[in-house]
Design a protein around this ligand. Sequence first.
Ligand code: NAP
Length: 286
Amino acid sequence: MTEKIRAEKTRAGVTGWPVAHSRSPLVHGHWLKKHGIDGSYEKIAVAPEDAVAFYGNFAASGLKGCNVTIPHKETAAAACDVLDEAAEKMGAANTLWLDEDGRLCGANTDGIGFLGNLDQMAPAWDDRHDCAIVLGAGGAARAIVWALCSRKFTSVHIFNRTFEKASEIADQFGSSVYAHSWDKLGTFLGKADLLVNTTSLGMTGKAPLDVDLADLPKEALVTDIVYVPLTTDLLKQAAERGNRTVDGMGMLLHQAVPGFEKWFGVRPEVDEELRRLVLDDLEQTS
Ligand code: NAP
C-alpha cells in the first residue's frame, strides 16, 4: 500500500466567473491522488461584484491558495501583498497563495508554462534565440513575450490584427520587442528561429489562421498555444514542411505546477499519463 504523505487537509481551487469549464480540477486532482495528499482542489465561482472583497479578504475563504481565471486576474493581482516578476509586469495573477506570515502572494505562471512545455517537448529549443515571431497580442501573448525576453531572445516581433495592442506590449517590454501590423509578417518569417501562435485563430469554432510558411526556415520551431484541436492547421502545415512542432497542451499543464507546489508542498510532474487524462477529457467534452 502506498504510504500517505502526512499533510493537513489543505484546500485550494480555481476561482473565476465562470469556472465550470475549467480543467484545473482534473489536473490537480490527478496530482493529489498520485502523491497521496489529503487535500482538495475545488471549483469556486466568484461573481464579478464579489471579486474585490473575495481576493481582498482571501484568508477568510479558508483556502491555502488558488488559481485565478478570467475575468479576475487583474483584481487578484491588485489584492496581493507580494507579486512575482511576471505578475508584476503583467498586472495580472493566475496563482495565489498565503505565505507563513499570512501575506497574499501572487504569480503569473502562463510564461513559465510556455517555457516548461518547450523545454520538455523540444529540448535546447532556445539555443537559437535571435528572432522570435509572436502572432497575437492578448493576455497570453504578453506572458509569452515576457517568457521569451527571460530567455534572452535578441528580437521578439509581435504581429497583431489590432496594431495598437502589439505596440502596447512592445512599449512595455523594451528595445528588443517590436510591434508590427499583420500584413508585414511575410517580411520577417524568413528570419525566425521560433514562430508561436497566441491568437485564438485556428481554435475549434473560430476562424482559421491563414499564414503562408513558405519563407520560414526549416530549422525554426513552430508552436501553437491553441490546444483544441491539439494539432492545429498551423502545426500540421509546419510539420509537413519539416519544421519541429510543439502543441499547446503542455503549456496548460506546466502552468499548473508552481501552484500545486506552493499549496501542497510537492513539485508535481507533467507526464504522459496526465497529458492523456486531459486529452481524453477534451475528446469527451468537445
Ligand atoms: P485574448 O486576450 O482574447 O487575445 C486574443 C488574440 O487573438 C488577440 O491578439 C486578438 O487580436 C486575436 N484574434 C482573435 N480573433 C481574431 C481574428 N478574427 N482575426 C485576427 N486576430 C484575432 O486571448 P488570450 O487569453 O491571449 O488567449 C488566446 C488563445 O490562447 C486562446 O485560444 C486561448 O484558449 C489560448 N490559450 C492557451 C493557453 C495554454 O495553456 N495552452 C493559455 C492561455 C491561452 P486583436 O487584438 O486584434 O483582437
